[in-house]
Design a protein around this ligand. Structure first.
Ligand code: FAD
Length: 390
Protein backbone atom coordinates (compact mmCIF):
# COMPACT_ATOMS: atom_id res chain seq x y z
CA UNK A 1 0.00 0.00 0.00
CA UNK A 2 1.10 3.57 -0.68
CA UNK A 3 2.51 5.55 2.24
CA UNK A 4 0.07 7.45 4.41
CA UNK A 5 -0.14 11.09 3.56
CA UNK A 6 -1.61 12.24 6.85
CA UNK A 7 0.05 11.17 10.07
CA UNK A 8 0.30 12.46 13.62
CA UNK A 9 -2.32 14.37 15.54
CA UNK A 10 -5.31 15.84 13.72
CA UNK A 11 -4.70 19.60 14.02
CA UNK A 12 -6.38 21.13 17.11
CA UNK A 13 -7.77 17.73 18.10
CA UNK A 14 -6.82 14.94 20.41
CA UNK A 15 -6.48 11.85 18.19
CA UNK A 16 -4.10 10.77 15.47
CA UNK A 17 -5.07 10.28 11.84
CA UNK A 18 -4.23 6.57 12.01
CA UNK A 19 -6.45 6.12 15.06
CA UNK A 20 -9.34 8.00 13.47
CA UNK A 21 -9.16 5.79 10.39
CA UNK A 22 -9.03 2.58 12.37
CA UNK A 23 -11.90 3.40 14.78
CA UNK A 24 -13.93 4.75 11.90
CA UNK A 25 -13.51 1.70 9.73
CA UNK A 26 -13.69 -0.95 12.47
CA UNK A 27 -16.31 0.55 14.75
CA UNK A 28 -18.13 3.70 13.80
CA UNK A 29 -18.77 3.34 10.10
CA UNK A 30 -20.37 -0.13 10.32
CA UNK A 31 -22.59 0.87 13.27
CA UNK A 32 -23.65 4.19 11.72
CA UNK A 33 -24.48 2.59 8.39
CA UNK A 34 -26.93 0.27 10.13
CA UNK A 35 -28.28 2.93 12.43
CA UNK A 36 -29.28 5.48 9.79
CA UNK A 37 -31.33 2.90 7.93
CA UNK A 38 -33.61 2.28 10.92
CA UNK A 39 -36.93 4.16 10.97
CA UNK A 40 -36.02 6.47 13.83
CA UNK A 41 -33.08 7.96 11.96
CA UNK A 42 -34.53 7.66 8.48
CA UNK A 43 -37.20 10.35 8.70
CA UNK A 44 -36.13 13.95 8.95
CA UNK A 45 -38.53 16.81 9.50
CA UNK A 46 -37.69 19.78 7.35
CA UNK A 47 -39.10 22.93 5.84
CA UNK A 48 -38.13 22.67 2.21
CA UNK A 49 -40.05 25.53 0.69
CA UNK A 50 -38.55 28.50 2.33
CA UNK A 51 -38.12 32.09 1.44
CA UNK A 52 -34.53 33.03 1.11
CA UNK A 53 -34.02 36.02 3.41
CA UNK A 54 -31.03 37.32 1.46
CA UNK A 55 -31.76 37.21 -2.26
CA UNK A 56 -34.43 35.79 -4.59
CA UNK A 57 -34.09 32.08 -5.22
CA UNK A 58 -32.91 31.55 -8.74
CA UNK A 59 -33.24 27.73 -8.72
CA UNK A 60 -30.21 26.42 -10.55
CA UNK A 61 -31.15 22.78 -10.42
CA UNK A 62 -30.29 20.92 -13.57
CA UNK A 63 -31.28 17.35 -12.80
CA UNK A 64 -34.49 15.65 -11.81
CA UNK A 65 -32.40 14.11 -9.04
CA UNK A 66 -32.39 17.50 -7.41
CA UNK A 67 -35.94 17.14 -6.19
CA UNK A 68 -36.74 15.49 -2.92
CA UNK A 69 -39.48 12.88 -2.50
CA UNK A 70 -41.53 13.75 0.52
CA UNK A 71 -43.05 10.97 2.55
CA UNK A 72 -46.72 10.16 2.17
CA UNK A 73 -48.59 10.71 5.41
CA UNK A 74 -48.92 7.03 6.25
CA UNK A 75 -45.23 6.24 5.86
CA UNK A 76 -43.39 7.88 8.71
CA UNK A 77 -43.63 6.66 12.30
CA UNK A 78 -46.89 7.31 14.15
CA UNK A 79 -45.21 8.67 17.35
CA UNK A 80 -43.51 11.37 15.27
CA UNK A 81 -46.93 12.87 14.49
CA UNK A 82 -48.02 13.34 18.08
CA UNK A 83 -47.21 16.48 20.00
CA UNK A 84 -44.73 15.88 22.78
CA UNK A 85 -46.31 14.67 25.99
CA UNK A 86 -43.20 15.37 28.06
CA UNK A 87 -42.95 17.33 31.26
CA UNK A 88 -42.91 21.05 31.21
CA UNK A 89 -39.47 22.62 31.19
CA UNK A 90 -39.98 23.82 34.78
CA UNK A 91 -40.39 20.28 36.06
CA UNK A 92 -37.32 19.19 34.24
CA UNK A 93 -34.92 21.61 35.81
CA UNK A 94 -36.30 21.50 39.33
CA UNK A 95 -33.79 20.04 41.79
CA UNK A 96 -35.64 20.07 45.08
CA UNK A 97 -33.72 20.53 48.26
CA UNK A 98 -30.35 20.84 46.61
CA UNK A 99 -28.17 23.68 47.87
CA UNK A 100 -27.60 26.00 44.92
CA UNK A 101 -23.85 25.80 44.96
CA UNK A 102 -23.27 22.10 45.34
CA UNK A 103 -22.80 20.03 42.24
CA UNK A 104 -24.41 16.67 42.55
CA UNK A 105 -23.46 14.17 39.92
CA UNK A 106 -26.53 12.09 40.54
CA UNK A 107 -28.37 14.94 38.88
CA UNK A 108 -27.42 13.32 35.65
CA UNK A 109 -28.75 9.88 36.43
CA UNK A 110 -31.96 10.45 34.49
CA UNK A 111 -30.91 12.94 31.95
CA UNK A 112 -33.45 12.16 29.29
CA UNK A 113 -36.88 13.50 30.24
CA UNK A 114 -38.75 12.99 26.99
CA UNK A 115 -38.37 14.74 23.67
CA UNK A 116 -38.80 18.45 24.01
CA UNK A 117 -39.40 21.48 21.89
CA UNK A 118 -36.63 23.84 22.83
CA UNK A 119 -35.03 26.51 20.82
CA UNK A 120 -31.49 25.88 19.69
CA UNK A 121 -29.55 29.14 20.00
CA UNK A 122 -27.11 27.97 17.34
CA UNK A 123 -29.60 27.49 14.51
CA UNK A 124 -32.34 29.46 12.82
CA UNK A 125 -34.35 26.41 11.84
CA UNK A 126 -36.15 24.67 14.64
CA UNK A 127 -38.55 21.83 15.04
CA UNK A 128 -40.80 24.22 16.90
CA UNK A 129 -41.42 26.01 13.65
CA UNK A 130 -44.30 23.99 12.25
CA UNK A 131 -44.95 26.01 9.13
CA UNK A 132 -44.83 23.83 6.07
CA UNK A 133 -42.69 21.15 7.69
CA UNK A 134 -42.62 17.82 5.93
CA UNK A 135 -41.05 14.46 6.67
CA UNK A 136 -38.45 13.22 4.25
CA UNK A 137 -37.15 9.67 3.99
CA UNK A 138 -33.41 10.21 3.86
CA UNK A 139 -32.77 6.76 2.43
CA UNK A 140 -34.69 7.74 -0.67
CA UNK A 141 -32.82 11.01 -1.02
CA UNK A 142 -29.12 10.28 -0.88
CA UNK A 143 -26.66 13.14 -0.84
CA UNK A 144 -24.89 12.95 -4.18
CA UNK A 145 -24.25 14.82 -7.40
CA UNK A 146 -27.24 16.94 -8.35
CA UNK A 147 -25.88 19.24 -11.03
CA UNK A 148 -26.24 22.26 -8.74
CA UNK A 149 -23.33 24.47 -9.75
CA UNK A 150 -22.55 27.89 -11.09
CA UNK A 151 -23.26 31.30 -9.63
CA UNK A 152 -26.02 30.23 -7.29
CA UNK A 153 -23.97 27.53 -5.52
CA UNK A 154 -20.87 29.70 -5.55
CA UNK A 155 -22.75 32.62 -4.02
CA UNK A 156 -23.87 30.47 -1.09
CA UNK A 157 -20.39 29.21 -0.28
CA UNK A 158 -18.91 32.68 -0.80
CA UNK A 159 -21.37 34.29 1.53
CA UNK A 160 -20.81 31.60 4.14
CA UNK A 161 -17.06 32.09 4.01
CA UNK A 162 -16.89 35.84 3.46
CA UNK A 163 -19.61 37.10 5.71
CA UNK A 164 -19.67 34.57 8.44
CA UNK A 165 -16.35 32.95 8.95
CA UNK A 166 -13.70 34.78 6.99
CA UNK A 167 -10.75 32.53 6.34
CA UNK A 168 -8.25 33.27 9.04
CA UNK A 169 -5.61 35.44 7.35
CA UNK A 170 -2.95 35.20 10.02
CA UNK A 171 -2.37 34.18 13.61
CA UNK A 172 -4.53 37.03 14.80
CA UNK A 173 -7.76 35.06 14.51
CA UNK A 174 -8.74 33.42 17.76
CA UNK A 175 -9.17 29.69 18.32
CA UNK A 176 -12.93 29.97 18.28
CA UNK A 177 -13.26 31.67 14.89
CA UNK A 178 -10.73 29.29 13.49
CA UNK A 179 -12.81 26.39 14.81
CA UNK A 180 -15.96 27.74 13.14
CA UNK A 181 -14.13 28.13 9.85
CA UNK A 182 -12.79 24.59 10.10
CA UNK A 183 -16.22 23.15 10.85
CA UNK A 184 -17.70 24.76 7.74
CA UNK A 185 -14.75 23.89 5.57
CA UNK A 186 -14.87 20.28 6.84
CA UNK A 187 -18.56 20.09 5.99
CA UNK A 188 -17.85 21.58 2.56
CA UNK A 189 -15.18 18.90 1.99
CA UNK A 190 -17.63 16.21 3.02
CA UNK A 191 -20.28 17.47 0.58
CA UNK A 192 -17.68 17.49 -2.21
CA UNK A 193 -16.60 13.95 -1.28
CA UNK A 194 -20.20 12.74 -1.58
CA UNK A 195 -20.54 14.39 -4.97
CA UNK A 196 -17.39 12.56 -6.10
CA UNK A 197 -18.49 9.27 -4.55
CA UNK A 198 -21.86 9.20 -6.26
CA UNK A 199 -21.60 11.04 -9.55
CA UNK A 200 -23.62 10.92 -12.76
CA UNK A 201 -20.79 9.60 -14.89
CA UNK A 202 -22.80 9.10 -18.05
CA UNK A 203 -25.88 11.23 -18.57
CA UNK A 204 -26.96 9.36 -21.72
CA UNK A 205 -27.14 6.01 -19.94
CA UNK A 206 -27.95 7.49 -16.55
CA UNK A 207 -25.11 5.58 -14.93
CA UNK A 208 -23.75 6.59 -11.57
CA UNK A 209 -20.29 5.96 -10.19
CA UNK A 210 -17.21 7.50 -8.61
CA UNK A 211 -15.51 10.57 -10.01
CA UNK A 212 -11.96 10.39 -8.68
CA UNK A 213 -10.58 13.41 -10.57
CA UNK A 214 -13.30 15.49 -8.93
CA UNK A 215 -12.37 14.09 -5.50
CA UNK A 216 -8.80 15.07 -6.16
CA UNK A 217 -9.51 18.52 -7.62
CA UNK A 218 -11.92 19.62 -4.93
CA UNK A 219 -10.58 17.98 -1.81
CA UNK A 220 -7.44 15.83 -1.89
CA UNK A 221 -5.32 18.42 -3.69
CA UNK A 222 -5.75 20.70 -0.68
CA UNK A 223 -4.35 19.14 2.54
CA UNK A 224 -6.16 21.78 4.58
CA UNK A 225 -9.55 20.57 3.31
CA UNK A 226 -8.74 17.00 4.30
CA UNK A 227 -7.51 18.16 7.72
CA UNK A 228 -10.72 20.14 8.24
CA UNK A 229 -12.83 17.10 7.33
CA UNK A 230 -11.10 15.07 10.07
CA UNK A 231 -11.45 18.01 12.46
CA UNK A 232 -15.21 18.26 11.85
CA UNK A 233 -15.60 14.51 12.25
CA UNK A 234 -13.81 14.52 15.60
CA UNK A 235 -15.73 17.59 16.78
CA UNK A 236 -19.09 15.93 16.08
CA UNK A 237 -17.90 12.63 17.53
CA UNK A 238 -16.90 14.42 20.73
CA UNK A 239 -20.39 15.95 20.97
CA UNK A 240 -22.02 12.54 20.54
CA UNK A 241 -19.86 10.90 23.20
CA UNK A 242 -20.24 13.86 25.54
CA UNK A 243 -24.02 13.52 25.38
CA UNK A 244 -23.75 9.75 25.91
CA UNK A 245 -25.87 9.63 29.08
CA UNK A 246 -28.64 11.55 27.39
CA UNK A 247 -28.49 9.70 24.10
CA UNK A 248 -28.39 6.33 25.83
CA UNK A 249 -31.61 7.06 27.68
CA UNK A 250 -33.47 8.79 24.87
CA UNK A 251 -36.63 7.19 23.50
CA UNK A 252 -36.14 5.85 20.03
CA UNK A 253 -39.82 5.17 19.66
CA UNK A 254 -41.30 4.64 16.22
CA UNK A 255 -44.05 2.24 17.23
CA UNK A 256 -42.14 -0.85 16.15
CA UNK A 257 -40.56 -2.45 19.25
CA UNK A 258 -38.18 -4.64 17.30
CA UNK A 259 -36.69 -1.75 15.32
CA UNK A 260 -36.64 0.48 18.37
CA UNK A 261 -34.70 -2.03 20.48
CA UNK A 262 -32.21 -2.39 17.68
CA UNK A 263 -31.81 1.39 17.48
CA UNK A 264 -31.26 1.64 21.23
CA UNK A 265 -28.73 -1.17 21.18
CA UNK A 266 -26.75 0.24 18.24
CA UNK A 267 -26.66 3.71 19.82
CA UNK A 268 -25.29 2.14 23.00
CA UNK A 269 -22.73 0.10 21.09
CA UNK A 270 -21.50 3.24 19.41
CA UNK A 271 -21.39 5.40 22.53
CA UNK A 272 -19.56 2.91 24.73
CA UNK A 273 -17.50 0.91 22.29
CA UNK A 274 -14.33 -0.15 24.15
CA UNK A 275 -12.10 0.58 21.18
CA UNK A 276 -13.47 4.11 20.81
CA UNK A 277 -13.27 4.74 24.55
CA UNK A 278 -9.67 3.53 24.79
CA UNK A 279 -8.16 4.69 21.49
CA UNK A 280 -9.79 8.11 21.25
CA UNK A 281 -11.45 8.88 24.59
CA UNK A 282 -11.76 12.62 23.97
CA UNK A 283 -11.78 13.34 20.25
CA UNK A 284 -11.83 17.12 20.80
CA UNK A 285 -11.17 19.30 23.83
CA UNK A 286 -13.93 21.89 23.95
CA UNK A 287 -12.72 23.21 27.32
CA UNK A 288 -10.00 25.11 25.48
CA UNK A 289 -12.52 27.41 23.84
CA UNK A 290 -14.11 30.56 25.26
CA UNK A 291 -11.40 30.82 27.91
CA UNK A 292 -10.24 34.33 27.03
CA UNK A 293 -11.32 37.51 28.75
CA UNK A 294 -14.12 38.16 26.31
CA UNK A 295 -15.22 34.52 26.05
CA UNK A 296 -18.95 35.11 26.63
CA UNK A 297 -19.20 37.93 24.05
CA UNK A 298 -17.24 35.90 21.56
CA UNK A 299 -19.56 32.96 22.07
CA UNK A 300 -22.56 35.17 21.34
CA UNK A 301 -20.91 36.58 18.25
CA UNK A 302 -20.06 33.16 16.87
CA UNK A 303 -23.50 31.86 17.77
CA UNK A 304 -24.98 34.67 15.70
CA UNK A 305 -22.68 33.89 12.80
CA UNK A 306 -23.64 30.24 12.90
CA UNK A 307 -27.35 31.16 12.98
CA UNK A 308 -26.74 33.22 9.83
CA UNK A 309 -25.15 30.24 8.15
CA UNK A 310 -28.18 28.20 9.13
CA UNK A 311 -30.49 30.85 7.62
CA UNK A 312 -28.47 30.92 4.39
CA UNK A 313 -29.46 27.28 3.85
CA UNK A 314 -32.92 28.58 2.85
CA UNK A 315 -31.22 30.11 -0.20
CA UNK A 316 -29.71 26.89 -1.53
CA UNK A 317 -31.34 26.66 -4.95
CA UNK A 318 -31.57 22.87 -5.25
CA UNK A 319 -34.01 21.01 -3.08
CA UNK A 320 -31.91 17.96 -2.32
CA UNK A 321 -28.85 20.09 -1.56
CA UNK A 322 -31.02 22.22 0.70
CA UNK A 323 -32.28 19.13 2.52
CA UNK A 324 -28.77 17.86 3.25
CA UNK A 325 -27.44 21.36 3.85
CA UNK A 326 -30.13 21.98 6.45
CA UNK A 327 -29.73 18.58 8.05
CA UNK A 328 -25.98 18.89 8.37
CA UNK A 329 -26.01 22.47 9.61
CA UNK A 330 -28.62 21.44 12.20
CA UNK A 331 -26.33 18.53 13.12
CA UNK A 332 -23.41 20.90 13.59
CA UNK A 333 -25.63 23.30 15.56
CA UNK A 334 -26.61 20.39 17.79
CA UNK A 335 -22.97 19.46 18.34
CA UNK A 336 -22.24 23.08 19.28
CA UNK A 337 -25.20 23.09 21.65
CA UNK A 338 -24.04 19.89 23.35
CA UNK A 339 -20.43 20.98 23.69
CA UNK A 340 -21.16 24.46 24.91
CA UNK A 341 -24.17 24.02 27.12
CA UNK A 342 -22.09 21.84 29.43
CA UNK A 343 -19.00 23.10 31.18
CA UNK A 344 -15.52 21.66 30.93
CA UNK A 345 -15.78 19.41 33.97
CA UNK A 346 -18.76 17.64 32.58
CA UNK A 347 -21.17 19.15 35.07
CA UNK A 348 -24.27 20.47 33.51
CA UNK A 349 -24.68 24.16 34.03
CA UNK A 350 -28.01 23.73 32.36
CA UNK A 351 -29.66 20.41 31.69
CA UNK A 352 -29.14 19.23 28.17
CA UNK A 353 -32.34 19.04 26.19
CA UNK A 354 -32.41 17.96 22.61
CA UNK A 355 -35.16 17.83 20.04
CA UNK A 356 -35.78 14.55 18.28
CA UNK A 357 -34.91 16.17 14.97
CA UNK A 358 -31.62 17.41 16.38
CA UNK A 359 -30.61 13.89 17.36
CA UNK A 360 -31.62 12.58 13.94
CA UNK A 361 -29.53 15.32 12.30
CA UNK A 362 -26.57 14.72 14.61
CA UNK A 363 -26.27 10.99 13.84
CA UNK A 364 -26.91 11.43 10.14
CA UNK A 365 -24.22 14.12 10.00
CA UNK A 366 -21.79 11.85 11.85
CA UNK A 367 -22.57 9.11 9.35
CA UNK A 368 -21.94 11.41 6.37
CA UNK A 369 -18.62 12.54 7.84
CA UNK A 370 -17.69 8.96 8.59
CA UNK A 371 -18.38 7.97 4.98
CA UNK A 372 -16.27 10.87 3.74
CA UNK A 373 -13.36 10.07 6.04
CA UNK A 374 -13.45 6.44 4.88
CA UNK A 375 -13.48 7.33 1.17
CA UNK A 376 -10.70 9.90 1.58
CA UNK A 377 -8.61 7.36 3.48
CA UNK A 378 -9.20 4.67 0.85
CA UNK A 379 -8.35 6.88 -2.09
CA UNK A 380 -6.06 9.43 -0.47
CA UNK A 381 -2.67 7.83 -0.78
CA UNK A 382 -3.02 6.25 -4.20
CA UNK A 383 -5.02 8.85 -6.05
CA UNK A 384 -2.16 10.76 -7.63
CA UNK A 385 -1.11 7.61 -9.52
CA UNK A 386 -4.72 6.89 -10.50
CA UNK A 387 -5.16 10.42 -11.86
CA UNK A 388 -1.91 10.21 -13.82
CA UNK A 389 -2.99 6.91 -15.39
CA UNK A 390 -6.28 8.35 -16.65
P1 FAD B 1 -17.45 24.82 -4.66
O1 FAD B 1 -17.53 23.52 -3.94
O2 FAD B 1 -18.72 25.55 -4.95
O3 FAD B 1 -16.50 25.78 -3.83
C1 FAD B 1 -16.48 27.21 -3.97
C2 FAD B 1 -15.15 27.74 -3.50
O4 FAD B 1 -15.00 27.49 -2.10
C3 FAD B 1 -13.95 27.04 -4.13
O5 FAD B 1 -13.58 27.64 -5.33
C4 FAD B 1 -12.89 27.19 -3.07
O6 FAD B 1 -12.28 28.45 -3.14
C5 FAD B 1 -13.66 27.12 -1.80
N1 FAD B 1 -13.67 25.77 -1.22
C6 FAD B 1 -14.04 24.61 -1.80
N2 FAD B 1 -13.99 23.59 -0.93
C7 FAD B 1 -13.56 24.11 0.24
C8 FAD B 1 -13.30 23.56 1.51
N3 FAD B 1 -13.50 22.27 1.79
N4 FAD B 1 -12.86 24.38 2.47
C9 FAD B 1 -12.66 25.69 2.23
N5 FAD B 1 -12.90 26.28 1.05
C10 FAD B 1 -13.35 25.50 0.06
N6 FAD B 1 -23.96 19.81 -5.21
C11 FAD B 1 -24.31 18.54 -5.50
O7 FAD B 1 -24.09 18.07 -6.59
N7 FAD B 1 -24.92 17.74 -4.55
C12 FAD B 1 -25.20 18.20 -3.29
O8 FAD B 1 -25.77 17.47 -2.47
C13 FAD B 1 -24.84 19.55 -2.98
N8 FAD B 1 -25.12 20.06 -1.76
C14 FAD B 1 -24.82 21.37 -1.51
C15 FAD B 1 -25.15 21.92 -0.27
C16 FAD B 1 -24.87 23.25 -0.01
C17 FAD B 1 -25.24 23.81 1.34
C18 FAD B 1 -24.27 24.07 -1.01
C19 FAD B 1 -24.00 25.52 -0.74
C20 FAD B 1 -23.94 23.53 -2.24
C21 FAD B 1 -24.21 22.19 -2.50
N9 FAD B 1 -23.88 21.63 -3.73
C22 FAD B 1 -24.22 20.33 -4.00
C23 FAD B 1 -23.08 22.37 -4.72
C24 FAD B 1 -21.56 22.05 -4.53
O9 FAD B 1 -21.19 22.19 -3.18
C25 FAD B 1 -20.67 22.97 -5.34
O10 FAD B 1 -20.95 24.30 -5.04
C26 FAD B 1 -20.79 22.78 -6.83
O11 FAD B 1 -20.58 21.42 -7.16
C27 FAD B 1 -19.76 23.66 -7.60
O12 FAD B 1 -18.46 23.33 -7.19
P2 FAD B 1 -17.17 24.23 -7.43
O13 FAD B 1 -16.11 23.37 -7.99
O14 FAD B 1 -17.55 25.46 -8.18
O15 FAD B 1 -16.64 24.62 -5.98
Amino acid sequence: PAARKYTGMVEDCCCEYETVDSINEEVLHPILQELVKLPFFRYFKVKLWCDCPFWPDDGMCQLRDCTVCECPDNEFPEPFKKPYSGLSPDNMICQEGKPQAAVDKTLDSKVFKGWVETDNPWTSDDETDFNEMTYVNLQLNPERYTGYTGDSARRIWDSIYKENCPKYPSEELCHEKKALYKLISGLHSSISVHIAYDYLVDKSTNSWGQNLPLLYDRVLKYPERVQNLYFTYLFVLRAVTKAADYLEQAEYNTGNPEDDLKTQSLVKQLLYHPKLRSACPKPFDEAKLWQGENGPELKQEIQKQFRNISAIMDCVGCEKCRLWGKLQVLGLGTALKILFSVDGDNHLNQPLQLQRNEVIALFNLLNRLSESVKFVHEKGSSIEEVIKEQ
